[in-house]
Design a protein around this ligand. Sequence first.
Ligand code: 1PW
Length: 215
Amino acid sequence: MADSENQKFCLQEVLDSFKLCLSPEKEIYIEHYVSGWRGLVKLLNSLGSLFGFISKDAVSKTQILMNFLKSENGPHYATVQSMVKFELDNELVDVDKKGIYPQSGCRTLLRLHRALRWLQLFLERLRTSKEDDKTSVMCRDAYNESLAQHHPWLIRKSAGMAFYSLPVRPAFFEVMNAGTPEQVVDVLGKAVPLLCEVYQITEELYQKHNLLDLP
Ligand code: 1PW
């Protein structure tokens, strides 16, 4: 397969990765979580240069997690649950908000976790949208409801500008690369509840360990 084809976003591929994320005991495999995000980066990369800063951040965060997975401590990073236990047991997390571990697995995954909520809200809006609805408005509303509250003014402004440049709904459905609009809606109908489940499991775990405000 040519490189350019390898890079093409495919909604089904992302859905498959997030499906593989969940173990029967509802643990979340970091390897597949990262693959899901790598798939989403292809989407961001196909949306033009204004999305570059968003894509870069997602790439750098997935890279940090992959590096942990490949390190000698790799087995501790197999699942989100084992990572949280390992980093807490070994005091590798800024639970007292000192900012000593700016690249801990827990704080890195927390950023992706918050972004996943945005994605879930956006895709749900897209799924239930009508032909004339604006993708930029759906994306902005989803952002304002979720991730925006964690971002400073400059990032909120830059994100706002990027949203304005989003393709209109029919073109965006093409970018999803999942067939006809009806088929896209169908795949979205499977993807959104799955993202929601992965999000909820992470949210409860982080809440239980008081990790939702890591600096
Ligand atoms: C069209 C739909 C695409 C949805 C993909 C969602 C990607 C979300 C990534 C947002 C990144 C915005 C720019 C980066 C900001 C970082 O400062 C911020 N990262 C995130 C993921 O919120 C916080 O990371 P930091 O600076 O504390 O390391």
